[in-house]
Design a protein around this ligand. Structure first.
Ligand code: GSH
Length: 228
């Protein structure tokens, strides 16, 4: 499960993606993100989304992927990730720093936290976090596509949720990412829905499966959508 290095990745990035702060107006239409879990630049965007308490439809675009990578390239014009689609502001954006700035400008109350504005230092630390994961969540594996996106309750810094996001990414499974970092306004609804506040929590509308526990979720994803 590589949970120990996953803790390391969380320590390197702490406290980014741990607690909500500086939330502003909420987007009316759903944000979409083409990204891959092992990409250090994509991590910065996911951290901002967690801290701003924003939900996003993740379209995993790992290297060698055939499902969303091409769609992202057709949309934005080049093979570069992260790529954010914000229909509220009618923009399709490359560059993690520009995306973070955009999110804080429209859905925050002020500038992004310092940890997301440290340029090369921040990028370097995010790269160290990715190195600790040894390429997990970077390369596509053979898989079966679900009809409808799955739903994941998560927050960026959770080492257990990370493991699930890595597998979702490698299997190119689209999912609605419900961020429920500490302080999230979505926690009450999450508690009412799932019976407890613990991440990761997965619901699969294609099969009716609902489950906690990263180990069980990974097993379920591999058995249902993996190709052996
Ligand atoms: N300056 C860009 C760098 C983005 C970048 O280099 N992303 C890499 C993945 S970490 C990429 O898209 N590589 C091309 C590929 O994966 O095919 C940013 O901050 O968003």
């Amino acid at each position: 499960m590589f949970i120990v290095p996953s803790y390391g990745a969380s320590v390197v990035r702490f406290p980014l993606g741990f607690r909500t702060s500086g939330m502003g107006p909420r987007p009316e239409k759903r944000l979409e993100l083409y990204e891959f879990e092992g990409c250090p630049f994509c991590r910065k965007v996911r951290e901002a989304l967690s801290m701003l308490d924003l939900e996003v439809l993740v379209k995993p675009s790992p290297k060698g992927g055939g499902r969303f990578r091409k769609e992202g390239i057709a949309l934005g014009g080049k093979a570069q990730f992260p790529l954010l689609v914000d229909p509220n502001q009618q923009v399709t954006l490359y560059e993690s720093d520009a995306i973070v700035k955009h999110l804080y400008a429209h859905y925050g109350t002020g500038p992004a936290p310092l940890g997301l504005r440290t340029g090369l230092l921040g990028d370097g630390l995010s790269a160290v976090a990715s190195l600790l994961r040894a390429g997990s969540g970077s390369r596509a594996r053979a898989s079966r596509a679900p009809e409808a996106p799955l739903e994941l309750w998560s927050f960026e810094i959770s080492p257990y949720a990370r493991r699930v996001r890595e597998v979702l990414c490698e299997l190119e499974i689209p999912y609605m990412l419900h961020n429920v970092a500490k302080g999230s306004a979505n926690r009450a609804a999450f508690l009412a829905r799932a019976g407890k506040v613990q991440v990761p929590y997965l619901e699969d509308p294609n099969t009716g499966a609902k489950m906690f526990e990263s180990r069980d979720i990974v097993k379920y994803l591999e058995a249902t959508y993996g190709a052996g």
